[in-house]
Design a protein around this ligand. Structure first.
Ligand code: IDC
Length: 469
């Protein structure tokens, strides 16, 4: 039965993706060649976690997280990035009133990351619109109650997967009212954009905050696909970009496509967005990746592994094509699965290889304790070993590709050097117990942080090879 379901799902996906696949073989796009950069202009390879799903349901909207948790994460995996969940309900508890105490508590958590050299992206998270969706056990989160208008339409409880609630009339109506498809609530998108202005105003000078992910997994309600992405979603993004830029010219703005379909590898229609900042644009594309066979309950094994690998190929081609249109660097904002299932560690490695080969950043879903996360009941699970992987955190040039050859214990970073600064490489204890040696330039090893800083010549294409010391 399960097998039948994924076969059916895969066939639907193949038919839907047909156009994209054909186009992909005709003119495969080249890797994005655009990067999120730090203040010196070095390209950043962002490697980290979504933190955390718990923020969806805590009364104060903060994730269940301590500074010791951040310390442990760095010690165990050397991450340099966090996609930190915010909740609109906590930012703006009543219309036009922004909760500065909440933002101060967020700032306190950002400081835990800042002292350890992390970059923080703030993610205005939502699933199924908001906590005000009834019945409450459907796991809606994000939007405040005052912005939730279901117009008396029902939501049937007891769906087998949380995503299926997106198809319930009450949830669809809440979105239709937000996008003002109904014509009844022209103010809600402006409120959302101004809530972002308040957040940006609070964090614009925090050096650890790299940018803002404007909306998690946008859902169009009764307007779907290209009509949604080029219509109401693009309108919301333009409004929000303008509000943010009125106070913060420098932070990166991360835009997500419609989640349904694109998460499975289908093309997105998200258009190019102008960045009114003066200077090079700082707009990035931040899609998610959840292959359909796994969504349908299969594992990364046998026939479903083959379909999942095809999905990864489509996803890559379609994401690169959209990023090319948007002239934007790419961050994989979410991927993840139950790590206790067969093949799970292989899939995570495969996705880390894919993002390395295209020098994209990535954030695993999620940092929460449990079978998906790195730790369960306080103990490190299989994800920790896979995620503790050598990678260049910052590159003094434009990365072309990163290849981690685990068998040969060799990390190769190909990049076009520029004058932005040294390249910093994280080297985990398991594979580089005494640190690393660099094939080029001069290297300095920080044993405490497990970072090799390599200064190379400042121009030309380089293959920097790191092997164990
Ligand atoms: C999931 C949580 C789960 C929760 C559900 C609804 O893991 O505990 O019940 O959200 O709030 C996404 C979403 C992300 C999901 C994640 C995994 O962005 O919020 O978290 N996922 O299902 N998109 C695809 C998968």
């Amino acid at each position: 039965m399960k097998r039948l379901r994924w076969v059916a799902g895969a066939v639907v996906l193949a038919v839907l993706a047909g156009g994209g696949v054909a186009a992909a073989t005709r003119d495969a796009p080249r890797p994005a060649g655009r990067y999120v950069t730090d203040d010196d202009g070095r390209a950043l390879i962002l490697h980290g976690f979504n933190t955390a799903s718990s923020a969806k349901s805590t009364p104060d909207g903060l994730p269940e997280l301590s500074e010791a948790d951040v310390e442990r994460e760095y010690r165990d995996m050397g991450t340099n990035f966090v996609r930190f969940l915010l909740q609109w309900r906590a930012v703006e508890p009543s219309p036009g009133t922004y909760d500065m105490k909440y933002l101060d508590k967020v700032a306190e958590r950002i400081a835990w990351y800042r002292t350890r050299g992390y970059h923080v992206m703030l993610d205005m998270h939502q699933d199924l619109w908001g906590n005000g969706i009834t019945p409450s056990k459907v796991a809606g989160n994000g939007a405040p109650q005052w912005a939730t208008f279901m117009d008396g339409l029902p939501v049937a409880a007891g769906q087998p997967m949380w995503e299926l609630y997106y198809l319930e009339p009450g949830v669809i109506r809440a979105f239709d009212n937000f996008w003002n498809t109904t014509g009844g609530h022209p103010d809600l998108m402006d409120r959302y954009a101004r809530a972002w202005k308040a957040v940006a105003d609070r964090f614009k000078d925090d050096p650890a905050v790299i940018g803002y992910d404007l909306m998690n997994e946008p859902w169009g309600g009764s307007v779907q696909g290209a009509a949604f992405e080029t219509g109401p979603l693009a309108a919301l993004y333009r409004k929000t970009i303008a509000e943010i830029r009125s106070v913060d010219p420098d932070s990166w703005i991360f835009l997500e496509p419609q989640a349904v379909g694109v998460n499975w590898g289908l093309p997105s229609a998200l258009p190019y967005f102008d960045d009114p900042r003066g200077g090079p644009a700082r707009i990035a594309f931040a899609p998610h990746l959840y292959p359909l066979p796994l969504d349908l309950g299969d594992d990364y094994t046998a026939g479903s592994r083959e379909w999942t690998d095809r999905t990864l190929g489509w996803w890559r081609e379609n994401i690169l094509r959209t990023a090319e249109r948007m002239k934007a660097p790419i961050l994989l904002g979410e991927f993840g699965l139950d790590m206790t299932r067969p093949g799970a560690a292989d899939l995570v490695e495969r996705i880390l290889d894919l993002t390395d080969e295209n020098a994209m950043g990535r954030a695993y879903w999620s940092r929460d304790p449990g079978s998906w996360g790195p730790y369960d009941k306080g103990r490190a699970g299989p994800l920790v070993g896979v995620y503790a992987r050598p990678y260049p955190r910052a590159v003094g040039g434009v990365p072309v590709r990163v290849v981690w050859d685990e068998k040969a214990v060799k990390l190769t970073i190909t990049f076009d050097a520029n004058e932005t600064g040294p390249t910093e490489v994280y080297l985990p204890a398991a594979t580089f117990p005494k640190g690393g040696e660099a094939s080029l330039g001069t290297a300095a090893w920080d044993a405490g942080k497990r970072i090799l800083t390599v200064t190379t010549k400042t121009s030309g294409r380089l293959d920097l090879v790191i092997t164990p010391a």
